[in-house]
Design a protein around this ligand. Structure first.
Ligand code: GLN
Ligand code: ZN
Length: 761
């Protein structure tokens, strides 16, 4: 009876680690206090898995910040600027790399594959010196052993580690990161040897880059790395774990012929085609770790379906070599359903968070071994049936409307240049119009008002008048600054997805469904469980009120369907695009109501469109097609004179520029200032862009106030590649996290710079 968990959330059921970390960083508690919280969390996780009956329990999946940074520490690959002098890497060097310190900035952070988790990108070069400088994997193994639990230590595999790295500053672009394999493998060997000496009989190496599109050279690196490690693996069972997508056939071949490896783990949720590869050939005598329980969602597993998949795999791998597992680490799902006291019982019965998934994995393993818990399986089947037939899930009207969308393109009937002309006649904006992205600083007072209203401590009238006052303050500030297209500041919103989710049907919200995003930061995605509809207008009341306060155009502010989808836990009982189309229809209604209420400029944020891009290139076109289509659905019905804006907060979009043009928005505001003008290079290289565009002129992620000259300089650079009549001037993103003492001078300088340039045109 064999069960395995790829990895487990570190934060704790009530975000204990977050609070311990932040208190330590603030100097309010000691390193010992932090270590105590961490030790307690680890031991409770191990005990929980052990008590559930899990055979292969992971260790070293805990981290104070990030598992890739842990690997950097293990390899001693500390960039020079942190002045590390050798020896075991302590908390201070570790957190300096993660977060920067008074004198040195942090290392770069980037998204972990297509998840919302961010890792710290290793910076490597020919002069990087590697030494074994963090014994964390071994000490965690021993720590669990001391509790009587024999675990499987988990390491980020050497090839994925290098493929996820970037060349350090000053290192030539042509430098091959993979050329460092020979330097890091000796350290992996040392770690493996110590683990063996400590009693480990299994080890797990995560090599998720195997699911990406790799070239022959990269695949060859896997073969040579594992050939090199083979001797150190003797006497150990070695599991190579892959996850997040189908594994390409070539990579599957490479993986299953790696030397010294005895077990392979696959994501059978996102990698449905991988099943065919496994069925068509699986090396004899090797273990198959079948990831059938979804690590990236919150739905209870369909145990009967998983069991039948597993039965079919028994024939492939052999009964004694099949291990039931999760599709990936459970760190990408919420922690424990037990803490959800506000969700109703019916919805709760459809869900499984990490703690419940551990139990599911074990139940499946027991069932395979002939000890099926009939009561548990029956309860699961009943919950699955209730979810399939619940009237709360199905809304026939919505389904019909969404089905009717296919086959049509949903394009506005005139070209963007004709529309911009029509809009300009009405809006009469100066050249280089100025605007902001939507939110204004969210003060403590504002959060208190929202909280008290939610808790019914203040009346609706009191709430409305407080928000109204805030909007009027924000409007006045913008008029004084002489900004051209205003925003209401979004004071009524706590989060750009939650705010809409709470007003749409088909959404549920958790109290503690946190998922780690980076470091101590967690997000709490809404759960989309049913067909989505919009019973009532969501933003019209506030937008209308804001517009009535000023003669200048006031932007209506909405979150787009793709972003709502990508930042939620979505249904697994229908394709993602269907859910997206339903949300698009709901937003479409809102757009039309705003237009009818006299709002002439409507911004539909698609902050997360890029991050939903599938890992495999072969799947990009399909995703982009329905994502862009969903956006167009929201606004294809408005008049030419209504100006549709969209906003995206990332600049790395050169590869999807044609899809962005195909969204056919009238104006796009986009992050730009942190990217060394990578964005502008697209236009320099000849991509034709005829719609309005506002590449951010300063970075709102930093408290720094940009000078007038600096902004003017940026705008001039933009004018060198973009036509004067399409350029907008705006910050990179919303101002929510900034203080007024930063926002006012920064926007003052932005407007002055714009006026200065206008006089020179
Ligand atoms: N309108 C939102 C804001 O200004 C956009 C936020 C975002 O793009 N992440 O806060
Ligand atoms: Zn943004």
């Amino acid at each position: 009876m064999a069960s395995h968990i790829v990895g487990y959330p570190r934060m704790g059921p009530k975000r204990e680690l977050k609070f311990a970390l932040e208190s330590f960083w603030d100097g309010k508690s000691s390193a010992e206090d932090l270590e105590k919280v961490a030790t307690d969390l680890r031991s409770s996780i191990w005990k929980q898995m052990s008590e559930a009956g899990i055979k292969y329990i992971p260790s070293n999946t805990f981290s104070y910040y990030d598992q890739v940074l842990d690997t950097t520490a293990m390899l001693g690959a500390v960039p020079e600027r942190y002045s590390w002098t050798g020896g075991e890497i302590g908390l201070s060097t570790y957190f300096s790399m993660a977060r920067g310190n008074a004198t040195v900035p942090a290392m770069e952070m980037t998204k972990w594959f297509d998840t919302n988790y961010h890792f710290i990108v290793p910076e490597l070069g020919p002069s990087t010196k590697f030494t074994y400088a963090s014994h964390k994997a071994v000490s965690e193994y021993k720590e669990a052993k001391a509790l009587g639990i024999d675990t499987v230590p988990v390491l980020v595999g050497p090839v994925s580690y290098l493929l996820l790295s970037k060349p350090a500053k000053g290192v030539e672009k042509s430098f091959s990161l993979l050329s460092l394999l020979g330097s890091i493998l000796p350290i992996y060997k040392e770690v493996v040897a110590e683990l063996k000496a400590a009693g480990a009989s299994w080890i797990q190496l995560d090599e998720p880059t195997l699911v990406k599109d790799l070239d022959a050279h990269e695949l060859a690196a896997f073969s040579s790395a594992y050939a090199e490690l083979e001797s150190s693996f003797s006497g150990l069972n070695v599991l190579i774990e892959t996850y997040f997508a189908d594994i390409p056939a070539e990579s599957y071949k490479t993986l299953t012929s790696l030397s010294g490896v005895t077990a392979y783990g696959f994501d059978l949720i996102r990698g449905a085609k991988t099943l065919d590869l496994i069925r068509s050939s699986f090396p004899s005598g090797k273990y198959l770790f079948a990831g059938v329980v979804d690590g990236r969602n919150i739905w209870a597993d369909d145990l009967a379906a998983s069991l039948s998949t597993l039965h079919s795999l028994e024939a492939v791998a052999g009964k004694d070599k099949l291990v039931v597992s999760t599709s990936c680490s459970l760190m990408h799902t919420a922690v424990d359903l037990v803490n959800e006291t506000k969700l109703d019982d019916e919805i709760k019965s459809w869900l499984a968070f990490a703690a419940q998934k551990v139990v599911e994995v074990n139940a499946l393993a027991k069932a395979l071994a002939g000890q099926k818990d009939e009561v548990y399986f029956a309860a699961n089947a009943a919950a699955q049936a209730s979810r399939r037939s619940s009237p709360r899930v199905t809304n026939e009207e919505v389904q019909k409307a969404a089905a009717a969308l296919r086959g049509s393109d949903h394009r506005r009937s005139t070209t963007v240049s004709a529309r911009l002309d029509a809009q300009q006649k009405k809006l009469n904006l100066p050249v280089l119009p100025t605007t902001t992205i939507g939110s204004f600083p969210q003060t403590v007072e504002l959060r208190r008002v929202r909280r008290e209203y939610k808790a019914k401590k203040i009346t609706e009238d009191e709430y409305i008048s407080a928000i109204k006052e805030e909007i009027s303050k924000v409007v006045k500030i913008q008029e004084e600054l002489d900004i051209d297209v205003l925003v209401h500041g979004e004071p009524e919103r706590n989060d750009m997805v939650e705010y809409f989710g709470e007003q749409l049907s088909g959404f549920a919200f958790t109290a503690n469904g946190w998922v780690q995003s980076y470091g101590s930061r967690c997000v709490k995605p809404p759960i989309i469980y049913g067909d989505v509809s919009r019973p009532n207008p969501m933003t019209v009341f506030w937008s209308k009120m804001a517009q009535s306060m000023t003669p200048r155009p006031m932007k209506g502010m909405l979150t787009g369907p793709v972003t709502i989808l990508n930042w939620s836990f979505v249904r697994n009982d229908q394709p993602r695009f269907e859910t997206c189309y339903q949300i698009a229809l709901a937003i479409k209604k809102e757009v039309e109501d705003l237009e009818a209420a006299g709002i002439q400029v409507i911004q539909i944020d698609e902050a997360a469109l890029r991050e939903g891009l599938p890992l495999r290139k072969s799947e990009h076109a399909f995703y982009l097609d329905w994502a862009v289509h969903s956006f167009r659905i929201t606004n294809c019905g408005v008049q030419d004179t209504t100006q549709i804006h969209t906003h995206m907060c990332y600049s790395n979009f050169n590869d999807i520029i044609h899809s962005i043009i195909d969204m056919d928005a009238d104006v796009i505001t986009i992050e730009n200032s942190r990217s060394d003008e990578k964005l502008l290079s697209v236009f320099r290289e000849g991509v034709k862009y005829g719609a309005g565009i506002g590449p951010g002129v300063y970075d709102i992620h930093s408290p720094r106030i940009p000078s007038t000259e600096e902004i003017a300089d940026r705008v001039e650079k933009m004018l060198a590649v973009l036509d004067t009549n399409i350029l907008w001037v705006n910050p990179d993103c919303g101002l929510k996290t900034r203080k007024y003492t930063e926002v006012k001078p920064a926007l003052t300088n932005m407007v002055s710079a714009t006026k200065l340039i206008r006089t020179q045109l």
